[in-house]
Design a protein around this ligand. Structure first.
Ligand SMILES: Cc1cc2nc3c(=O)[nH]c(=O)nc-3n(C[C@H](O)[C@H](O)[C@H](O)COP(=O)(O)OP(=O)(O)OC[C@H]3O[C@@H](n4cnc5c(N)ncnc54)[C@H](O)[C@@H]3O)c2cc1C
Length: 378
């Protein structure tokens, strides 16, 4: 196996902390969360108390000001144990950075420290029932009326939606202008007229509270506008490469975990008087899987290096997202096959990983859209 060169001794020490947190504070509850369809708030508070949320935010706003290798470790350690419920990375690495990067001083002071403590759960709402890939055609509007906006519309498939306290809502402040009329509004979940729909029943990610959100004449103060009016689409485009990269990193770590589980399973499972691992076809399949993971890891780590110096371009991020998630689904499918019937039983982590993996090719921009992004760069 190739040695990864990006992580320092401090990073590795942190990996140990993160690993213990997921093993002790998350996994013992995961089955129950899958049943109830959401993660307990207590887990968010514990993660906050342990300093594991919003770590890349500046210390002045409750973070630790560390680099994105720490975020990577959180993603990898969650994937390693199949902790697909907590939407920590969306909260810490997508929602908070929007506030940190585009928010006013007052907005940062108001929200980021409480997000870092896990008291406030963040979400971002772009997708609508009628618009996902084609984000420019969203229909949610926020029309200025004196010192506030009046927000109307609905969103769907929103991660952390049910638990959310603060949602970054992508809306049209000028519906006549397409992308240039798009803005981002910070909307508190307790505003009159804001309601949450049912938690959506999904193929996988069953502990994640993916929900619908509805806005019916919600009065939002003008001071809740994030950044400048009409620049929302540009902000989204700037943040998407890192969002996609995180999906790629999760993909590689999940595929790696699947290979480990399968090595262990096939060594213990006997058929025709010998371990399944001893069949040459099994070893060849696992050899292919391990190779795919290594290739993905090498590419993802090089993209990560570019992230660290602020140079990951949209096309390369799209390559990582599409290739690594395709690889993840293929490797996990092969590994599931090597589990035989057990691979179809939810008590085995491979089965959950299989169901959880499928959405990786869909959210954050579908893999077809990734190829469009790459295609435009050719
Ligand atoms: C579990 C889950 C969590 C999610 N979390 C969030 C969240 O937190 N916030 C949020 O805003 N959204 C979230 N999403 C939404 C997700 O980002 C969208 O589902 C995704 O972008 C696809 O949009 P769509 O569902 O409207 O599919 P569509 O856009 O309707 O696509 C349908 C099919 O058409 C293809 N297609 C569309 N356009 C083109 C094209 N130009 N060329 C070729 N093929 C094309 C697509 O690739 C796809 O195969 C989540 C989704 C899921 C399932």
């Amino acid at each position: 196996m190739l040695t990864r060169k990006l992580f320092s001794a401090d990073h590795e020490q942190f990996r140990d902390t993160a690993r213990k947190f997921f093993e002790r504070e998350i996994m013992p509850h995961h089955d129950r969360w899958e049943e109830q369809g959401f993660v307990d708030r207590e887990a968010w508070l514990k993660a906050g108390a342990a300093g594991l949320l919003c770590m890349t935010m500046p210390e002045a706003y409750g973070g630790v000001g560390v680099d994105r290798l720490y975020s990577t470790i959180m993603i990898e350690e969650a994937a390693r144990v199949g902790a697909s419920g907590p939407g920590f990375s969306l909260h810490s690495e997508i929602a908070s950075p929007y506030i940190n990067r585009y928010g006013s001083e007052a907005q940062k002071q108001q929200w980021l420290p409480r997000m870092a403590r896990g008291e406030i759960i963040g979400a971002i709402a772009m997708t609508e029932p009628g618009a996902g890939s084609d984000l420019q055609s969203i229909r949610t509007t926020a029309i200025r009326d004196g010192d506030h906006y009046v927000l109307n519309g609905s969103k769907t498939y929103i991660t952390n939606g049910h638990n959310s306290d603060l949602v970054i809502v992508v809306c049209k402040t000028d519906p006549t202008k397409g992308a240039k009329g798009t803005s981002l509004l910070l909307v508190e979940a307790d505003r009159p007229g804001f309601s949450k729909g049912k938690r959506l029943k999904k193929l996988g990610l069953k502990a994640q509270d993916t929900s619908e959100l509805f806005f019916d004449n919600v009065k939002v103060p003008a001071g809740n506008l994030l950044g400048r009016e009409g620049e929302g689409f540009m902000y989204l485009m700037q943040e998407l490469p890192w969002e996609r990269m995180m999906i790629a990193l999760r993909a590689v770590a999940s595929a790696e975990a699947a290979v480990e589980w399968t090595l262990e399973y096939t060594r213990n499972r006997k058929a025709f008087g010998k371990p399944v691992f001893d069949f040459q076809t099994t070893r060849h399949k696992l050899a292919e899987c391990r190779t795919q993971v290594q290739v993905g890891r090498a590419f993802a780590d090089q993209c990560l290096e570019a992230v660290l110096v602020g140079q990951l371009d949209p096309a390369t991020a799209a390559m990582a997202k599409y290739w690594c998630t395709d690889m993840q689904c293929k490797v996990i499918d092969d590994c599931l096959q090597l589990h035989g019937g057990s691979g179809y039983m939810l008590e085995y982590p491979i089965t959950r990983a299989y169901a959880d993996a499928r959405v990786q090719r869909i959210y954050g921009g579908t893999n077809e859209i990734m190829k469009e992004v790459i295609g435009r760069s050719l």
